[in-house]
Design a protein around this ligand. Structure first.
Ligand code: FES
Length: 247
């Protein structure tokens, strides 16, 4: 079985025109095709000038995110047959500068991820011969969900705060910062505090929850941000009431 699907694809080739356009391609999509298969069919058989990113085709690399009929999705995890009833409009991920066609500039996203120092920070490293830093299954569960982020940027394309105010650190960066702050092996919370709890950090989030709705890995960045707020308030109250306790 196959379905004929009309794909209205965003085109932007700055060397030809400053204004983006849409180009429609009619594709016969077998039932097991995802939108990424249809785009690859267009690229290979119909129009080799179309540009888009992808790598794994299995929901792991996070590079095939696009806005489909207005919603950010992984195109390798979205079936063509679900659009049998009408045209499907494929656009670059919202809120990022477009480089060409469906390819966006991810520099701002990468800078924001780096700003939360997404690595284990130790005040003192123990010598290698003393072995690994052990962690109980319960301690792992505290943050495991937030390790599932694949940096696909869908949450930024869905976030109404980032859309209006792109200095906001954003859902993925804040969830990843929380992931490290909750890790029992980490001692770097103070090093992340300025970014995560600064003016562009968690307090900007109004808990709309669209980031969590579109997350293909069920990371729940909105939940991570609210959890971080509560953690910071507890730290702040302790600092005010028992200043010696935060030393
Ligand atoms: Fe890797 Fe879609 S191609 S997540």
């Amino acid at each position: 079985m196959s379905t004929r699907v009309a794909l209205e694809v965003f085109r932007y080739r700055p060397e030809e025109s400053e204004e983006p356009t849409f180009q429609t391609y009619e594709v016969d999509c077998p039932d097991d095709w995802v939108l990424l298969d249809a785009l690859n069919h267009i690229k290979n058989e119909i129009d080799g000038t179309l540009s888009f990113r992808w790598s794994c085709r299995m929901g792991v690399c996070g590079s095939c995110g696009m806005n489909v009929n207005g919603d950010p999705v992984l195109t390798c995890a979205t079936y063509c047959k679900d659009f049998a009833d009408g045209p499907v409009r494929i656009e670059p991920l919202a809120h990022f500068p477009v480089i060409r066609d469906l390819v966006v500039d991810s520099t701002d996203f990468m800078d924001k991820i780096e700003s939360v120092k997404p690595w284990i920070i130790r005040e003192d490293e123990k010598p290698l011969e003393e072995g690994e830093y052990l962690q109980s299954p319960g301690e792992l569960l505290d943050f495991k969900q937030y390790t599932l982020c694949i940096n696909c940027m869908l949450c930024y394309a869905a976030c109404p705060i980032y859309s209006r105010h792109n200095v906001f650190a954003g859902p993925a960066a804040l969830a990843i910062g929380q992931r490290y702050n909750l890790d029992s092996r980490d001692e770097g919370e103070e090093d992340r505090r300025d970014v995560i709890f600064g003016p562009e950090g968690v307090w900007e989030c109004t808990f709309v929850g669209d980031c969590t709705r579109v997350c293909p890995k069920h990371v729940d960045p909105a939940g991570a941000i609210q959890q971080a707020k509560a953690r910071h308030l507890a730290w702040w109250a302790k600092k005010v009431l028992m200043p010696w306790g935060t030393k």
